[in-house]
Design a protein around this ligand. Structure first.
Ligand code: HAM
Length: 419
């Protein structure tokens, strides 16, 4: 039986990496005062048809359930979040700073950085329209990536503003209704050939030269991005952002400020993307509630590729994983007759919260020490003929002491205290 294309088995080493990514996402989001939420894996398909729009609608994993409901597995969080906020907005103080780390499903063609199942960190800030919210979210995004050991040499946040393009298009006679179609051409600008873009622009009475001219001198809409840069400069983070108006994002709900993160080597697709969606909650509440909002999504697949390729990031991950997997104590049984006493000690140590392991089957002492090393144990407790005295060994420091078994917990604790 083969895996479905775009789906993954998570063997222990893959699970360890996934846990590392999720734990780091959670830790940094909390550092910025964000709280975690979640929603359902299945939603009515209409939620995505009406609210996500763009390419995503053609990528849904959807089916009709036994109650004749047409449902879709979640491909993103933003429509769900808008629904949740619209439902219980009054119960929460603004601004809301919420994050989640869900698994998503998109029927895309599998390729590097693109699967049919992936995890995505979402951080959203709701109820604050000022540019300082935009800067705060970018700072969180940048610090999130720095926490993985990625630096200014490794990634860049390309910031842009959809309004700049909407003004540009409206001034040149493109109708309101066709603005999203026009933005879709700009979204593909860097990936499509000049001829192909030219063909699609002709539908709007525009040429590639018009676009190139605008990119070279975008006009006053880009000013907002200057105030962002000033805020980030005060935090020492301005070196991570660049203005790039070719970013417009492929989802329908974005209203203005948008951004995407790319690796500097440009060997990957976007690592994260987001922006303002100031009208989505209003749409979700049939006009009853208007709340400005912005957020971003960061996928685990591209991030994992970068961690693998960038030595500083890889070494941080390896340290984390080794620490998670290591045993604190390995109980070495030097005299088979003392097995009941050794099991008693094992139980006491585990109940005290120490990660404790031992050889299940009788084995030579040397072999047991090898196993202790393999498990990354800090200490070994040797139980043998000296009972009720036991030997306590610090494996890395090669230090050894003999103590009474009743003193074990007291002797162990300072040796295992995290430095
Ligand atoms: P998105 O650009 O569709 O935005 O996805 C954000 C990130 O998720 C991408 O940059 C990419 O790293 C990852 N991603 C997307 N699709 C796949 C895939 N098929 N395989 C692997 N990784 C993938 C959104 O989803 C918005 N809802 C983000 C947002 C939150 N905007 C505001 N709040």
């Amino acid at each position: 039986m083969q895996l479905l294309p775009g789906f993954r088995d998570f063997f222990p080493e893959d699970c360890a990496q996934r846990n590392y990514i999720l734990a780091t996402w959670r830790e940094v989001a909390r550092r910025y005062g964000f709280v975690e939420y979640d929603g359902p894996v299945l939603e009515p398909i209409e939620l995505y048809r009406k609210k996500s729009g763009g390419e995503l609608v053609g990528q849904l994993f959807d089916f009709v359930d036994k109650g004749e409901r047409h449902v879709a597995m979640r491909p993103e969080m933003t429509p769900t979040l808008a629904r949740m906020v619209a439902a219980r907005e009054r119960d929460f103080k603004k601004p809301l700073k919420w994050f989640c780390v869900p698994q998503f499903f998109r029927y895309e063609k599998q390729q590097r950085g693109r699967l049919r199942e992936f995890y995505q960190l979402n951080c959203d800030l709701i109820g604050e329209a000022s540019a300082s919210a935009d800067a705060e979210l970018l700072a969180l995004l940048i610090d999130m990536l720095r926490a993985f050991g990625l630096s200014q040499q490794d990634f860049v946040v390309r910031v842009s503003d959809r309004n700049a393009w909407c003004q540009f298009a409206l001034n040149r006679g493109v109708s309101e209704e066709r603005l999203l179609d026009f933005l879709a051409v700009i979204d593909k600008w860097e990936r499509a050939s000049r001829e192909e873009s030219g063909r699609r622009l002709a539908e709007f009475g525009l040429t590639p030269e018009d676009i190139e001219q605008f990119l070279a001198s975008p006009g006053p809409e880009a000013d907002h991005l200057k105030s962002l840069a000033a805020d980030l400069k005060a935090r020492g983070l301005d070196g991570y952002i660049e203005l790039d108006l070719t970013i417009v994002r492929g989802l329908a709900y974005y209203t203005g400020f948008v951004f995407e993160v790319f690796d500097r080597a440009k060997s990957e697709r976007a690592l994260a993307g987001g922006g303002r969606y100031d009208r989505l909650i209003e749409l979700m509440s049939d006009g009853k509630l208007s709340l400005p909002a912005l957020g971003f999504g960061m996928g685990d697949v591209v991030l994992a590729n970068l961690i693998q390729d960038i030595p500083a990031a890889k070494s941080l991950r390896d340290q984390w994983v080794a620490q998670q997997h290591a045993a604190d104590v390995f109980v070495v049984l030097a005299d088979e007759n003392r097995r009941p006493e050794a099991l008693g000690i094992l139980q006491t140590l585990r109940e005290a919260g120490y990660r404790t392991d031992y050889a299940l089957a009788p084995a030579k002492v040397g072999k047991q020490f090898q196993q202790a090393e393999h498990r990354g144990a800090t200490l070994a407790v040797v139980i043998g003929q000296e009972w009720p005295a036991v030997k306590l060994k610090h494996l890395a420091r090669r230090e050894e002491s003999t103590i009474d078994q009743t003193e074990l917990l007291t002797a162990l604790s300072p040796l295992l205290a995290k430095s």
